[in-house]
Design a protein around this ligand. Structure first.
Ligand code: CIZ
Length: 355
């Protein structure tokens, strides 16, 4: 059983404005010569040592940053494993290359550590589309429901939640809550929420947010591509629309999709998620062919073209600056941090019990 509720319109304008701001930063970051790139890379490596810092990057960031993280003893992964790594690593300073909620999660879990990001304006359309005051009002209307929020939310929204989940563990958490007879508020991703609801049959009220990248994948164009590549396996992230998910051979989180490329016998894969993931997919299966699933960009009208503009704001220049000047530090009001810690810790403890 499920019900849909949209307590407040999800804001288009702030998302558009944030994309425009991202575009300016992206141009500055990309405008860089090969020599400058080599110098910045060397300088960042020195600074990481000097500051006793470690670089933690998301799969959706550029290959340059992922390589740098791997070469310097840092880590590249999804948001749950980034959080785990940041907590377990002895470094007192974490540099998080990703979007802001990832830096906030690191700070919530590690208040004693300093957390820096290349650009604090690296947003997420799911986070922007779920403002804390409107979300609190929605939760107030449904006091009988367990509040489950996706990791892609602000610290304030997490502070209101009973559980935080990532796409890799959402099904297990919701099944666990359903088995306990809980009714659920789910926010913010409507597509992931709908997928989890269908898979588990849980009673879920869905916030109507979406990811601008995944929301743009198109089922009709995907069907045509599948006809051209009948032996290809179709890998879809569950933030994608329902009709795209319906075409998938594998629906999974970033980590799950990389694993699928490495382990499935197919030679060709059509991938419906942010194309930043191709770097690790190619490393996992160098001989396989990876094709981007079609999105609105087929008509050159996409705003994301299968790559998150906010992830792309993370560059070598602003990473070096943040380390050099110790700027762009994540700070969270202690009261909010303590409240947000509870549902994240619940997730980490639950994840530790799963195989
Ligand atoms: O949790 C993450 O890292 C995100 C945003 C997606 C995923 O599937 O891993």
């Amino acid at each position: 059983m499920s019900a849909l509720a949209n307590p407040a319109p999800v804001l288009e304008k702030p998302i558009d404005d944030a994309i425009r701001r991202a575009d300016d930063v992206i141009l500055q970051q990309r405008n860089i010569s090969a020599d400058e790139k080599a110098e910045l890379t060397t300088r960042i490596k020195q600074l990481l040592k000097q500051r006793n810092a470690v670089l933690v990057a998301h799969y959706y960031t550029s290959a340059d940053l992922q390589i740098l993280a791997d070469e310097t003893g840092g880590f590249v992964s999804d948001s749950l494993d980034m959080a785990r790594f940041g907590t377990e690593h002895p470094a007192q300073t974490l540099v998080v290359a990703g979007v802001r909620f990832m830096g906030e999660t690191a700070k919530i879990l590690n208040p004693e550590k300093r957390i820096f990001m290349p650009d604090l304006n690296a947003e997420c359309s799911l986070d922007i589309g779920c403002p804390a005051d409107e979300f609190n009002a929605f939760c107030d209307q449904h006091p009988d429901r367990t509040v489950v929020v996706y990791a892609n939310t602000s610290a304030e929204v997490k502070a209101r939640a009973d559980w935080v989940v990532t796409s890799g563990i959402a099904l297990k958490v919701i099944q666990h809550l359903k088995d306990q007879g809980k009714k659920i508020i789910w926010a913010p991703d409507k597509h992931l929420g709908n997928y989890v609801q269908q898979q588990t049959g849980a009673d879920m009220l869905l916030w109507q947010g979406s990811c601008v990248i995944h929301d743009a994948f198109k089922a009709s164009a995907l069907k045509k591509l599948m006809q051209q590549h009948p032996d290809a396996a179709v890998l879809v992230h569950p933030e994608s629309p329902e009709d795209v998910i319906a075409l998938a051979d594998v629906v999974g989180s970033t980590t799950g999709l990389i694993k699928a490329v490495a382990t499935m016998p197919n030679q060709t894969f059509i991938v419906a998620t942010d194309n930043g993931i191709f770097h690790k997919m190619k490393l996992a299966a160098p001989d396989k062919t990876l094709l981007e699933a079609p999105n609105e960009g087929v008509g050159a009208t996409c705003i994301s073209c299968a790559h998150c503009p906010w992830m792309e704001m993370n560059g070598l220049k602003n990473l070096a600056q943040a380390l050099e000047n110790e700027t762009n530090e994540i700070l969270i009001e202690e009261n909010i941090r303590k409240k947000a810690y509870i549902p994240i810790k619940r997730l980490m403890d639950f994840a530790a019990t799963q195989t």
